[in-house]
Write a protein that binds this ligand. Structure first.
Ligand code: ADP
Length: 405
């Protein structure tokens, strides 16, 4: 069975085409600047990279070009579209309806449309991607895998905000959490690597990419996570503020006369590591600048690391202990410095990182010292593989919904 995994952003379509026999990635790529001038498709087969510059006015045209490229005699990997058994879609927001991965039908599409208000930036391109595939590959089943689904196991004490209860009752304002596919994959993988029973295991997973979130996972269930109603809450991110006093938002509007759209823009695009350092949102730039003595970069890095350590402390309390801490995504996988400095705060838990083992980028390994009371691991995330596996399981077994916990 060969599965196409699709991840549609506002102006991009990422894809991977996976042969589930051996879980081999046959090709992958990215259509970028979709709907904007200068759109192009970057298609990779093994190490060979091909760039196709072609206008793509919307997601449907992007997916059409992706399918044509898959079929291409020279750089393609299939002879006929019937070789695509199913398509798995990353969908950002599944609201409270989806605590599972699901076969997409009309009812599911209706729920997705109804929930656009919860993820106005993310769900519309996801929906466009599904509609385009339904049109271009009408015989092929589509499966939705949601970023929020894994966190639907959170108890009420973790997901409710202390606002008047009607805001939850009437408007479903609550913590949803994101990056669930990644937290699910790396937590399970950590249990496998350590030879532990996933359902008797307390793990804190740190997904540190441009967006960043942290999750407390006890006995295979997410019991708390740092992103909230939207992906703005929690850790300090590349350009997002994470936790701030909500009164600052009102102050910006009332006292500084900043229009609401600009406040939103400041919190999402101009804050975080970029805002603090006045330099860059990219952790590589920040680390380089900090090393060469840039004080603002040093401060941004210090605040970024401090907040991760605070969340790990809080989640250890939430689970009454922790067996393992996992680092993943761009920064988590590739920054020995961030991992080491976070662990330096955690000596009180008996955490001991091995500096030599930790001195690596992008590999799966245990980096704690043998006498560390908590295991520290790097686990490169693989959301596409999880989406492909869920899609395969749903399509092969003929079920509609795959429960995640
Ligand atoms: P996204 O959330 O967009 O998927 P990624 O998981 O790719 O993001 O993470 C991007 C982040 O990873 C960037 O801040 C980038 O600087 C950081 N990163 C990548 N490689 C390194 C590295 N070698 N050292 C430090 N940070 C890195």
């Amino acid at each position: 069975m060969k599965i196409l995994v699709v991840n549609c952003g506002s102006s991009s379509v990422k894809y991977q085409f996976i042969d589930m026999k051996g879980e081999k990635v046959l090709c992958k790529g990215l259509a970028e600047r979709v709907g904007i001038e200068g759109s192009r498709l970057v298609h990779k087969v093994n190490e060979d990279k091909h760039v196709i510059e072609k206008p793509m006015k919307d997601h449907e045209e992007a997916l059409k070009l992706i399918l044509e490229t898959l079929l291409d005699r020279e750089i393609g990997v299939i002879r006929d579209l019937s070789e695509i058994s199913a398509v798995g879609h990353r969908v950002v927001h599944g609201a409270e309806r989806f605590a599972s991965s699901i076969l997409i039908d009309e009812e599911v599409m209706k729920v997705l449309e109804e929930n656009i208000h919860l993820a106005p930036l993310h769900n519309p391109p996801n929906i466009m991607g599904i509609k385009a595939v339904q049109k271009l590959l009408p015989q092929v089943p589509n499966v939705g895998v949601f970023d929020t689904a894994f966190h639907q196991s959170m108890p009420r004490k973790a997901f409710l905000y202390p606002l008047p209860y009607e805001f939850y009752e009437k408007y479903r304002i609550r913590r949803y959490g994101f990056h669930g596919t990644s937290h699910r994959y790396v937590s399970k993988r950590a249990a496998e690597i350590l030879g532990r029973d996933y359902y008797d295991f307390k793990v804190i997973t740190c997904h540190l990419g441009n967006g960043a979130s942290i999750a407390a996972i006890r006995h295979g269930k997410s019991i708390d996570t740092s992103m909230g109603f939207t992906p703005l809450e929690g850790l300090v991110m590349g350009t997002r503020s994470g936790d701030i006093d909500p009164a600052i938002v009102i102050y910006m509007q009332q006292n500084l006369s900043i229009p609401v759209e600009e406040v939103y823009n400041i919190l999402n695009k101009k804050s975080g590591v970029l805002g603090l350092s006045k330099l860059s949102s990219d952790m590589r730039d920040i680390e380089d600048a900090a090393e060469s003595g840039n004080e603002m970069a040093q401060l941004a890095l210090e605040i970024y690391i401090y907040r991760i350590a605070k969340y790990i402390g809080a989640y250890t309390a939430a689970m009454n202990g922790v067996d393992a801490i996992v680092f993943t995504a761009g920064v988590g996988e590739n920054s020995p410095y961030v991992r080491e400095k976070v662990c330096d705060y955690l000596g009180f838990l008996g955490v001991k990182i091995d500096r030599n083992l930790n001195n690596v980028k992008g590999v799966e390994r245990i980096v704690s010292a043998p006498d560390s009371r908590v295991a520290i691991l790097i686990v490169p995330t693989n959301e596409e593989l999880v989406i492909a596996r869920d899609t395969k399981q749903i399509v092969e077994s003929g079920i509609k919904e795959l429960k995640l916990f």
